[in-house]
Structures are given as structure tokens and as C-alpha cells.
Design a protein around this ligand. Sequence first.
Ligand code: FAD
Ligand code: NAP
Length: 359
Amino acid sequence: MNSNLSLQPNYDIQSLNTLSVPSVAEFFVTIKSDGDYAPLLSFLKEKKSPLLILGGGSNVLLPSFVAGIVAKIETKDRELVAETDTDIIMRFSAGENWHDIVMWSVENGFCGIENLALIPGSIGAAPIQNIGAYGVELESCCEYVDVIFLDSGKKSRLTREQCQFAYRDSIFKGELKDKVLITHVALKFAKEIKSKKEGADKSTKNSSLNLQYPALRSKLVEIHADIDHLSAEQVAHAVIEIRQSKLPDPQTIPNAGSFFKNPVVHADHLERIKQDYPDVVAYPTENNHFKLAAGWLIDRAGWKGKVVNNIAMHHQQALVLTNPESASTQQLLDFADKVCASIYKTFSVELEIEPRVFK
Ligand code: FAD
Ligand code: NAP
């Protein structure tokens, strides 16, 4: 391998995954600049070694030993691509921290990702599950995604349409799974409108903001007198306040956010559930289907706050599995199986794990 890249054998990566699962990489390397990609790919080809790409480790379940190379992406760069009076396109290196980008954008008066404040991890991983929260998804401002194909080293640019974004899904979980490394993501932001009347105050009527999500709206009503005149920064701070009040901080209680996806069922299935559980929480999607709140199902089936072998579904947020004693991935999967079986028995609904499980 290129002498600039230092490949570390038997490297402990427990602290590099937010679930704190004990895990050791056969080889570990940190990718710090775009120049590191070519030697990494040459090495993989030469040694026929498998690769596990790691960003912030906030959406993975790692095995106790990872054969091959774990490459942690830490490239950092921000580049202005285009700017008009109304919007701006910026291209970010994959290793940039997502929340730092959110705060940078709102502090500069750029709208689009304020509802996605405090989501852990890197921007390079954001397109993979089309990160979403409080009614906004990455796809709404993603301009394009740059990738390198792992087998050929060929670079390619995918437009938003080519990324095939869907609910917590994209082409990177399908056709391109394990085939590409995301090197850059470009985002398009709307500039906040400053009215002369309000002078330098950024808090002007801002049609670019998405304030429809009920929990966000109620928080904004609670803390601001006039929610028709808010800045993106104020929205980001409201999101941060809500998240800090109900989500466990992985630094203190290891977790990977939502452990299960919200299941989607047909309207007939929902009607059957409603016969026994009239208060089931469901939202219409497409083609006569409904998204069920997985957290509600888990809570109603009695798993909220229930502890088995020190693993639990969080007492404040039933969708978050917590791992305070650093159990292994297998132990977490055994616990998850019990939760899934119970949900299936109660509601005839199959839950699917959201983080990527590496075996
Ligand atoms: P990692 O966990 O490191 O990797 C995730 C996957 O992406 C892996 O398969 C990895 O191999 C791959 N990958 C990473 N970087 C690259 C790259 N450059 N190229 C190719 N593949 C790559 N998610 C949401 O959608 N909404 C939320 O509101 C949300 N809230 C969360 C709250 C908490 C407390 C936690 C712990 C997690 C939350 N998540 C949420 C999940 C997670 O933060 C996101 O999925 C995030 O995008 C993962 O980023 P990461 O850098 O940590 O990815
Ligand atoms: P919540 O507000 O308690 O709502 C529970 C569920 O109901 C959410 O999953 C949400 O779906 C859905 N929901 C609520 N209002 C909705 C509406 N008007 N239309 C459609 N769906 C609606 O959720 P929460 O657990 O506190 O999380 C708040 C937000 O942060 C959610 O968007 C959630 O996805 C996101 N979050 C994600 C993760 C993760 O790891 N993926 C972790 C923490 C928080 P959606 O999930 O589709 O929005």
C-alpha cells in the first residue's frame, strides 16, 4: 500500500460505532484526502481484500472481527459550485460531519436541511438511507452524489434522480450496494429572504422552511411568538431541543437511533389492527398503504423500557435500542428477534432492522 496510507492491523473499532459493539478490524485505515482513494483501491484489488466503509459508525452493527480492511472516511472540504440571488450549491467531501454542515448552513442563512439537525454521522453516508427527520429528507436538497466504483476505480456523478431516493432508501442500498464509495455530496440551499423592513434580522417570512411536522410545529409555537417569521437557524435549534429531550445521546448511552424501520401495511391490514387497537398510529403513504409508527407498536407490545441482558428499547423512545454494557451484535440481534416475534404475534407486522448489519 502507498506509504502515505498507514494500514493498522488488529485495530479496535469499538469506539468508532455508536452502539459500542466490541469489534476489531483485521486492518484499519483512515482516509484523509481524495489522494488516498487510488492507493486504497489498488491495495484492495491486489490483495482481493474485502472493504468495509465507515463514516461516523452511527448506523451499523459490526461483527466482533471484520476480515479485510475497514476504511474510515475523514476527508474534509467544502467547495462553492454555483450561486444566484436565491440559492447556492455547495459540494462537500464525504467525511464532513453532517450536523456541522447543518449548523454552517443555518448560520449563513441557507435553508433546506435545518430539520435534519443533530443527526449523527458523515455527509457521505447521508444519501445511503436518504436521511430524514421532521418531514424533510436529504433528497429535497441533494443536487448530486459523486462516487468511485470499487472494482474499476472509475469516478461517476449521480444526479438526484439517478440516486433513486425513496423513504430511508436509495440506489446505494440496492443496485450499487457495496459497489461504490461516496466521495462527495452536493447540496442546493435556498437563501433566506431578508426584507428591508426587518433590516438585518434574518427572521423574515420564509417559504422555504418546512414546518408541517406536528412535533416540530408545537415546539416552535411553544418557543416563538410568531412562527410565520422564523429563520432556518431558529428551526434547527428547535429540532435540537426536541431531540435532546427524548433521544439518548450515544456518547452516554450507546445506540444507533431508530433500530427498526416504520413498517408499511395495506389499508385492509390496518383495519384489522384497528379492531383491537383503535389508537394505532398510522400515516397514509401511496396506493392505499399506511406507514405504522414502529415505536408505537413496540411500546404497545410492552417493550418500551424493558431490559433483557442489559439491552433495552429506550424508556423514552421505544424505537431506539440501547446497549449500555456493550453487548455483541449477535446478542443485539437475539434481543431484536424477540422484539420482532412479539410484534408479529401481536399485530401480524414484520419489523425490519434499519442499521446495516455486517456479519
Ligand atoms: P455509518 O454508520 O458509518 O455507515 C452507514 C452505512 O453507510 C454503512 O453501510 C457504511 O458502509 C456506509 N457508508 C458510510 N460512508 C460511506 C461512504 N462514504 N461511501 C459509501 N458507503 C458509506 N438517521 C436518519 O435518517 N434520521 C435520523 O433522524 C437519525 N437520527 C439518529 C439519531 C441517533 C442518536 C443515531 C445514533 C442515529 C441516527 N440516524 C438517523 C442514523 C444515522 O445517523 C444516519 O443513517 C447517518 O447517515 C449514518 O452516518 P454515518 O456516517 O454514521 O454512517
Ligand atoms: P415522533 O414525532 O414521535 O413520530 C413517530 C413516528 O411517526 C415517526 O417515525 C414519524 O415517521 C411518524 N410521523 C409523525 N408525524 C408524522 C406526519 N405528520 N406524517 C408522517 N409521519 C409522521 O418521532 P420521533 O421518534 O420523535 O422522531 C422524530 C423524527 O426524527 C422522525 O422524523 C424520525 O424519523 C427522526 N428520527 C430518526 C431516527 C433514525 O435513526 N432513523 C432516529 C431518531 C429520530 P418518520 O420517521 O417517517 O418521520
